[in-house]
Ligand binder design. Structure first.
Ligand code: PEP
Length: 255
């Protein structure tokens, strides 16, 4: 049974004080929705403070990126063990902004996925097509490449624990959400692909989130889809009210 997972990706936002206020403000909604796992991914520099603020709460902490090497001369980078050291459970990898703004490719992302598991972190592997890739009929080919290359070399026991976030790039931060049908089609495709890459049991254990302009008013319809196991939320995760409402709507969808 897959537990629904609603996770906030704060990107490069908040101050230290705002980060703690936001986390404190989310605690009542998270506590009122035990059927939903709630997570937050603040910027690196606020992770330690966030971890302290979350002590005793069920909200999981995640980071937005990491490097695959364990330590050494990699100026400006953060390792997986540093993230577990400050209390992270999750790390977002392959986010479209990492792929398209910072030029990260599938091979690098795969190295990060494997290093994350080796250090005890659970990756949230983001996959998804650009608008022109959708319009040229290449959505499945792109998603297949992101998933297959992202998981390359992973044993079924690790793969079963990964979270995949299907995030059509044209829906991220644009206010354009995929329709429930569009989201469901790709989620069904990913689930089938995972069964081919592994087996039906492993595929059915993997949580597949939807991401892309998730808001309180579209959460229920998206989260009610049988193959959608949660959401990765950007803009709407930065306000206590909107993210609390999304958690509430997700709980309603899985009740
Ligand atoms: C994201 O950054 O992963 C995201 C889905 O952003 P938004 O919800 O703002 O579209």
């Amino acid at each position: 049974m897959r537990k629904m997972f609603i996770c906030g990706n704060w990107k490069m936002n908040t101050t230290a004080a705002e980060a703690v206020r936001l986390l404190d403000g989310l605690k009542p909604a998270a506590a009122a929705a035990p059927a939903v796992e709630v997570g937050a991914c603040p910027p690196f520099v606020y992770l330690a403070g966030a971890s302290a603020a979350l002590k005793g709460s069920a909200i999981a902490l995640g980071a937005q990126n990491m490097y695959f090497e364990a330590s050494g001369a990699f100026t400006g980078e953060i390792s997986a063990s540093m993230l577990t050291d400050v209390g992270c459970k999750y790390v977002i990898l392959g986010h479209s902004e990492r792929r398209h703004v910072f030029g990260e490719g599938d091979e690098l992302i795969n190295k990060k996925v494997r290093a994350a598991f080796a250090a005890g972190l659970i990756p949230i592997l983001c996959v998804g097509e650009l608008l022109e890739e959708r319009e040229s009929g290449n959505t499945e080919a792109v998603v297949k490449r992101h998933v297959t290359e992202g998981l390359r070399g992973l044993a079924a026991s690790d793969a079963a624990r990964i979270v995949i976030a299907y995030e059509p790039v044209w829906a991220i931060g644009t206010g354009k959400t995929a329709t429930p049908e569009q989201a469901n089609d790709v989620h069904v495709f990913i689930r089938g692909l995972l069964a081919e890459l592994y087996d039906v049991e492993t595929a059915s254990a993997i949580r597949i989130q939807y991401g892309g302009s998730v808001k309180p008013d579209n959460t229920f319809d998206l989260m009610s889809l049988p193959e959608v196991d949660g959401a990765l939320v950007g803009g709407a995760s930065l306000k206590v009210d909107s993210f609390s409402q999304i958690i509430k709507e997700a709980a309603r969808a899985c009740s």
